[in-house]
Design a protein around this ligand. Structure first.
Ligand SMILES: Nc1nc2c(c(=O)[nH]1)N[C@H]1C(S)=C(S)[C@@H](COP(=O)(O)O)O[C@H]1N2
Ligand SMILES: [Mo]
Length: 412
């Protein structure tokens, strides 16, 4: 292979001769090279190197199956390997479209109950010690069609059911650094995070989160945030429901109480069976989904295959994932693939022998706090039928005798 390459790049010089020349002196080697005619680059096989990479045209993964403008797109979970979501397949949820923001004119104001109200430019933010963390981001509306009665739910793929979750390496400055910089009052207990998109989306966040692991993020998977993810700066709150991760962040106001905004009163609250509502249900509970086999897969025949899926928890690490291949009668511990990180998608696998009959496959995640993913009946009993968010109940796939796989919402 090497000698073939050297022949291709420098016709007439074998690798052997080049090595000999190298050993006998640099000057001799250079003389030997200049004596040759320059390579004809048009004869190099294949296409040339490119400025920006692109997928193989044989790969068809998409966030949105159809054309047209939409307020959300979903990650094709069943197409991905490992735990990282490519940035251009990270799900999107925009309440009022994607704004175009010139980073040269970007600034973040931090004020309110602070000693030194401050405006930070993007350069200011990048000058602080940086931190990177691999963490998931999930919309709290994800997976609702596995909870409410839905006659079409059996024909949902992992992407269509649960594609509002993704996992990236996020880089930025810890919000705690900025809070110390501005001198937060000891009486402060909440802060407002406000965006500069047309929605002016804003949320109230407990101050403990600000000092814990909140990140003012400017990069994702090694490069600047994508416009859809909040370019140039978003708030990233590991484990918190998606809507609190304010994109296009322009203002943080420190206060002694929550602000009771639209997105935490009329939206993103959970009505309960007793007529009250749960407010500030900020942390995403443990959840998992088998992504292979899943709809629209059709198993080619009986035999061995690998069951694969993802598990995650907003409260910390996944402790274990149990998988049932017999409709919940027995459970086996799946293998967790390294790395198993806190508040991060975790890959699980289990070898499975399908004997060819009808069966139901499901997964149940348990996190390091000991919390286990509930069944649909358990979740319904606590939340009632009217709940709109946080649907982490067990997902089940029915495998028919002909190998077709469909979502079986009532089976778990
Ligand atoms: N400024 C702003 N921030 C926002 C939103 C928005 O519409 N505007 N959507 C929120 C919601 S509901 C979710 S689930 C996440 C989605 O983040 P993503 O689009 O990067 O996946 O961003 C949150 N932050
Ligand atoms: Mo969301």
């Amino acid at each position: 292979m090497l000698s073939r390459m050297s022949r291709t790049i420098r016709p007439g010089i074998s690798r052997r001769r080049a090595l000999v020349a190298g050993a006998s002196g640099v000057i001799g080697a250079a003389a030997a090279l200049t004596a040759q005619t320059p390579p004809d680059t048009t004869k190099i096989p294949g296409t040339g190197a490119t400025e920006i990479g692109a997928r193989s045209p044989f790969e068809k993964a998409k966030r949105r199956p159809g054309p047209g403008r939409s307020t959300s797109s979903t990650t094709p979970l069943q197409e991905l390997h490992g735990i990282i979501t490519p940035a251009d397949l990270h799900f999107e949820r925009h309440h009022a479209g994607i704004p175009s923001i010139d980073p040269a004119h970007y600034s973040l104001l931090v004020h309110g109950m602070v000693a030194r109200p401050t405006v930070f430019t993007l350069a200011d933010l990048k000058r602080f010690p940086a931190r990177s963390m691999i963490r998931f981001l999930e919309c709290s509306g994800n997976g609702g069609r596995n909870y409410r009665p839905d006659p079409e739910a059996h024909t949902l793929s992992p992407q269509q059911l649960d594609g509002l979750t993704s996992c990236s390496e996020w880089t930025g400055v810890p919000l705690a650094t900025l809070l110390r910089e501005v001198g937060v009052s000891p009486n402060a207990s909440w802060f407002l995070a406000e965006s500069m998109d047309a929605a002016v989306l804003a949320r109230s966040i407990p101050m403990e989160k600000g000092f814990d692991d909140a990140l003012v993020a400017y990069a994702q998977n090694g490069e600047a945030l994508r416009p859809g993810q909040g370019y140039p700066v978003r708030l990233f709150l590991p484990g918190y429901e998606g809507s609190t991760n304010v994109k296009w962040l322009r203002r943080i106001e420190v206060a002694a109480a929550p602000f009771m905004l639209r997105e935490e009163t009329s939206k993103y609250t959970d009505p309960l069976p007793d007529g009250t509502a749960r407010q500030f249900s900020l942390v995403m509970d443990a959840k998992s989904i088998v992504t292979e086999p899943a709809f629209p897969d059709r198993l080619a025949g009986a035999g061995w295959r690998e069951i694969r899926g993802l598990a995650w928890s907003g409260r910390g690490r996944i402790a274990h994932v149990d998988v049932s291949t017999d409709g919940g009668r027995s459970w086996q511990r799946a293998q967790l693939e390294d790395p198993v990180l806190p508040k991060c998608h975790t890959r699980f696998r289990l070898p499975w022998h399908w004997s060819g009959g009808e069966t139901v496959i499901m997964s149940r995640a348990t996190d390091e706090t000991g919390y286990a993913q509930p069944t649909r009946a358990e979740l319904l009993a606590v939340r009632g039928p009217g709940t709109q968010y946080h649907f982490n109940n067990i997902r089940a796939w029915r495998v028919a005798a002909d190998g077709t796989v469909t979502l079986a919402t009532g089976a778990a």
